[in-house]
Design a protein around this ligand. Sequence first.
Ligand code: ATP
Length: 939
Amino acid sequence: MEQKSWHRLGAEELQKMFGVHPESGLSGEDAAQRLKENGHNELSEGKAISPLTLLLNQFKDFMVLVLMGATLVSGLLGEYLDAITIVAIIMLNGVLGFVQEFRAERSLRALKQLSAPAAKVLRGGKVEHIPAKMLVPGDIVLLESGDRIPADVRWLECSALYAEESALTGESLPVSKHAEVIHADEIPLGDQKNIGFMGTMVTRGTGRAIVVRTGMDTEMGKIADLILNTESQETPLQHRLEQLGKILIYVSLGLTIVVVIAGILHGQPAAAMFLAGVSLAVAAIPEGLPAIVTIALALGVQRMIKRKAIVRKLPSVETLGCASVICSDKTGTLTQNKMTVTRLWNAGRILEVTGEGYAPSGHVLEKGKPLDLKNDQNLRRMLQIGALCNNAEIIETFPGEMRARHKGKEKGSEADKNAAVQPVWELQGDPTEGALVALSAKMGLTAQSLGVTYTREKEFPFDSERKLMSVIVSHPGGRMICTKGAPDVLLNNCAYMLWEGAVVPCTPTLRQKVLEANEQMASGALRVLGMAYRDMRSGEVADSEKEAESQLVFAGLAGMIDPPRREVRDAISLTRRAGIKTVMITGDHGTTAEAIAHQLGILQRGGTVLTGSQLTRMDDDALDKVSDNVYVYARVSPEHKLRIVKSLQRRGHVVAMTGDGVNDAPAIKAADIGISMGITGTDVTKEASSLILGDDNFSTIVAAIEEGRNIYENIRKFIRYLLASNVGEILTMFFAMMLGLPLPLVPIQILWVNLVTDGLPAMALGVDQAEKDLMEHKPRGAKENIFARRLGWKIISRGLLIGLCTLAAFWLTLRIDPGSPQQLVRAQSVAFATLVMAQLIHVFDCRSSRSVFHRNPFQNKYLVLAVLSSVLLMLVVMYLPVLQPVFKTVPLNVREWCLVLVMAGVPTFLMGAGSVWGGKKNRSRSGGRTMIKSTKISA
Ligand code: ATP
């Protein structure tokens, strides 16, 4: 589509030009055709690393190049077989590294796709949620506070809409938008108030717009090169390991040089020692470590996705394992967000409401008798307000449709049979509002019936700062403002009250009565909303909320249940055992919040509830003094959340914080783990967060923390395995050279050990199952060193034992006939088998922070398979006659195998026995970490 000054065109012109009706949008076929013509609505991405480059990168390593050089030299000197085998091993190693890195890269890309933005669009008369990249010019999009604008759009309708456009215009304050035509030729982007730009955010209000440009044609597309996402996804641990890798290179090189010099001084041929040294260096440098860490992270992240937790920022996987406080929203996260009005307070009467869910069947009862709106103007007015000041709809879904949608699910079940006879009422919109729609419908007031008399002129949308929502409606008798919201806030805006059919001044006594009724409903865990109205003076313009929401007439209270999510209670008790505190933060009333916190077991003995107004009166020092003891923050505004996060952080906590609205974004950003809601969350919060909950459920946070802890432990497991193996290899050679013995392993054997034992078993450890007591420990400290909890000691001691045992097996075999070259080959084969078996036995030890005896060694089937295939490969090079001259091996006899197995098993036996003995001595400690006793603390 050619470039136009879209701001100069009116709505009708635009509709004609794009061939679309603003009420029904494009048809599916039309949209598909336009997608073909215009391409996807996305900005072109930076160049990805090609698989070939990734493969070649595997051979760029300095030591690998030296080894290649050395091999070339030995090849030229006539050692063809050696040279070819070494090259083959290097190639195989490279391919293995490539596969690891390629998988890691692919998983990371898949993750990016998952958090791709979506758009709400009108297609064929229906509202649909589609990936933003499927948008085409002419699409009608619906946008609201918190949405990222998915393409360049021209506004058709705006209701108190503001957009934050700093990415494009540099203007940091949100600008007000409108749908009027702007009669000017060339105007800067910042002045194009009737245009919404791709990538900018709606910070307030709601609107409907027509897409005018997509993808690289948008204003953002023009500067796309500047904003390409170059954010690094490297985690702090990956960074630290990379640095550690560099140190290990120097250490390995240093030791290798010592080994080579010692060997030459003891009479070994210099050329052979050089090749052995280079092979040893290649084997000892844990070049696979970064790739395995990435794979462990990526696979862990995939597991999290299966548990509905989508990680947006990889580093947060590590932080998850350190979380010591979870601050969670109440509505929808701890509770089901399925609201049903069960109680009303109207003109001094307490009324009961019957019926379940959003179905419009039920009654309003006074002392058990059904009420009729015809004779009850007070109740009629209150219900009218609830229905008019509302954007939700309840839709009757026919069982056939339901069945089609849930095809395959619950086939022939009781639920299915019931669905066949009863209509299902589905909610579209906010559950709090849906509950009010259902309530009015029970009494015969539907959107249709009200629509005959009332027309909406204006809306002041709900926002959790104000805690109110208002609409202006016109009717044959004039105009009226309807407001609903938090009763305590609403009362402050009321000057009158509806009382026994008359409007009376809202005296302190009446106000007190309302507050008492509110308190009483809230103590039963009900969420309470107040309703008020005001007839407008003729000609009155209420441009701002402040003007509109004043001098109101209070009409009544509606209390709704929102049952706690079933699985949350268990999740909270799990967090408690894991040393993690759960804090509820809610905009709801203190008493409601406290009642629910009790039901869920959040509120602990001695724990307190703090309200937003108390918080406002406290300075940071005062807050820091109490924040450890506060379990519920009620009636808070989003801005309070930031103070809560910061206070907890000052108290030394690692804080996970949830949020859904635009105003939650700063707190989510400031938290160590910002968590947004996948279903109800806005784009702004999703983008600020590091974790998205696919199901908005609290227990998903706990699942993610569990996975986060497991991933970290698995990384520690394979670091322990890899480094102990490498230390073992180096020390075998080092001790032999120091003692003036011949080479216990030839270069090819060293390279082979490195290839076979480092690859698959280490990867299998990366996907190991969690230890049973993973969530019975306090969280680890955020600054904890990866070698903490005696890991460094375990690596060195095990490496030392492996080295000594391999050397012992070598020496015991060699000593039978020290001068004979055949016996040397035999002794080298024994050393080779001992080293391989010691490492493969050790890998099972690494699964437990205690010892091999604490876990079923066969639980991780990948590990068992990896070990079996490594053993098989070892037998192949020892027993296949064609490979024996290549690997300088001979088949071993029974006595030698016994020696190999005893020597390979000694390290595990010694360390295991030591751990059992140590464990008896100190039962209350586990792996150096404090165990939490799982005593129940009653609230
Ligand atoms: P959280 O999700 O953080 O637990 P919340 O959803 O309970 O909190 P808010 O949505 O900020 O908190 O609501 C605060 C109060 O505002 C509610 O207690 C209720 O009285 C009122 N309220 C909620 N939704 C609406 C709405 N759509 N219109 C008018 N008032 C509302």
